[in-house]
Ligand binder design. Structure first.
Ligand code: XLS
Ligand code: NI
Ligand code: NI
Length: 440
């Protein structure tokens, strides 16, 4: 059976009008010593692309999928066939999933695990046949009603235990399938209100949960990178892993920072009141940048809309941070993104990924050129040059005191500041974007 009635998507260049072609993503083209596909390491999110039905709080599912009328286990098997065909045709090398995306939950934990075993062995077989790889897997400890008060931060110890059992199973799956990373997104780890919440106990428990997960990964020899995916709100009012800085402080407090890096999602950054670039930069500056959930929010909608990334400005600045980080190592660009509810055809799954891949490919092209020109580096070098000599140098080298600084300040007849011409910088970025667009 064929699910996507198309040829393998090819690079046809910026002048092509074929919607089923790449305009900017040319997988084998080299940038430095890596090809585009090695730089970008794209990944398909099982949940949005193969499990979701495009329902929203106001409407039922609208997606039209070939597997809609199958029973649960047959549907799960059809989706495995479909995602591997999809990866082949789009040339995407990686995928990601939550436990419940790939196999239906049974009546109890034992049955759920049996369903997982059956589908995981099918996935393993497909991976062996095709060479496709698992970027990361994770555990859905938030959808079922048992997680109403959270999972590791639930007020109910039975739920903590149940959540642990599910993560244990997911780690075994990660080991079996050779996952390169393992993700913890907060789910319902947060609170509705502090009026009835013991925040200290909940955070202590969350740290204990992570320690137990690390211990089990060691025990079974799973060596993938652990990642935390920060988000400030939704579903809870306040999510504990609010943003990179907050989650980093948490990891440091509990001595977990050597065991984790971050999976940064663009739409979560903006929900936190930051830019995508801010979160990437904060992680990069602290050697904590692990992987990326590549999507975008909508400026008029205040929730996690998980749109496919199409904003070149954003993808350029994101690729700048990623290149400056020396790449993402075991991480990648996972499309945690869904078609709009109005894009309900099966072919939209392909078209949306092409749009996202081209947007990041364009971002890579532009950012690579900017770094080649030392564009931002020269701006920053100029701006901070007062720290390279005299008193500035002493500050940087920890060679001064308040007494010396006072003496220095008393001798200053006037202070001259320079304009930093931010608007010129933005105009020059526009030039970079347009020049690359013209193929220059
Ligand atoms: C939800 C998150 C989720 C994680 C994986 O907002 O983005 O999809 O990526 O649990
Ligand atoms: Ni995500
Ligand atoms: Ni999200």
């Amino acid at each position: 059976m064929t699910y996507f009635d198309i040829e393998k998507v090819k690079y046809e260049g910026p002048k092509s009008n074929n919607p089923f072609s790449f305009k900017y993503y040319n997988p084998e083209e080299k940038f430095g010593n890596k090809t585009m596909s090695e730089h970008l390491r794209f990944s398909v999110a099982y949940w949005h692309t193969f499990t979701a039905d495009l329902s929203d709080p106001f409407g039922v599912g609208a997606a039209e999928r070939d597997w809609d009328n199958l029973n649960d286990m047959d549907k799960a098997k059809a989706r495995v066939e479909a995602i591997f065909e999809f990866m082949e045709k789009t040339g995407i090398e990686y995928f990601c999933f939550h436990d419940i995306d790939i196999a239906p939950e049974g009546e109890n934990l034992k049955e759920s695990n049996e369903n997982l075993d059956e589908i995981v062995s099918l996935i393993k077989q497909k991976m062996d046949e095709t060479g496709k790889k698992l970027l990361w897997n994770t555990t859905n400890n938030f959808t079922h009603q048992r997680f109403v008060h959270g999972a590791a931060t639930s007020s109910n110890a039975d739920v903590f235990a149940y959540a642990a059992a599910k993560v244990k199973k997911s780690l075994e799956i990660a080991k079996t399938l050779g996952a390169e990373n393992f993700v913890f997104w907060g789910g319902r780890e947060g609170y509705e209100s502090l009026l009835n919440t013991d925040m200290k106990l909940e955070l202590d428990n969350l740290a204990k949960f992570f320690k137990l997960a690390i211990a089990y990964a060691k025990e079974i020899g799973f060596n993938g990178q652990f990642l935390i995916e920060p988000k400030p709100k939704e579903p809870t009012t306040h999510q504990y892993d609010t943003d990179v800085a907050t989650a980093h402080a948490f990891l440091q407090k509990y001595d977990l920072d050597k065991d984790f890096k971050f999976n940064i999602e663009a739409n979560h950054a903006t929900l936190a009141g930051h830019s995508f670039q801010h979160e990437l930069r904060y992680a990069r500056d602290n050697q904590m940048l692990g992987s990326v959930d590549a999507n975008q929010g909508h400026p008029q909608l205040g929730w996690d809309t998980d749109e496919f990334p199409t904003d070149i400005y954003d993808t350029t600045l994101a690729m700048y941070e990623i290149l400056k980080n020396g790449g993402l190592s075991s991480g990648g660009l996972n499309f945690d993104a869904k078609p709009r509810r109005t894009s309900f055809k099966q072919e939209d799954l392909v078209l949306t990924h092409i749009a996202g891949m081209d947007a990041f490919a364009l971002g890579l092209r532009i950012a690579y050129k900017m770094i080649d020109d030392q564009f931002f580096e020269n701006i920053v070098k100029d701006k901070y040059q007062s720290y390279t000599t005299g008193i500035g140098q002493k500050i940087v080298d920890d060679q001064t005191s308040f007494a010396e600084l006072e003496k220095y300040a008393l001798n200053l007849s006037e202070i001259t500041n320079e304009s930093d011409h931010l608007e010129v910088i933005k105009a020059q970025i526009n030039q970079y974007i347009l020049n690359i667009n013209n193929g220059d």
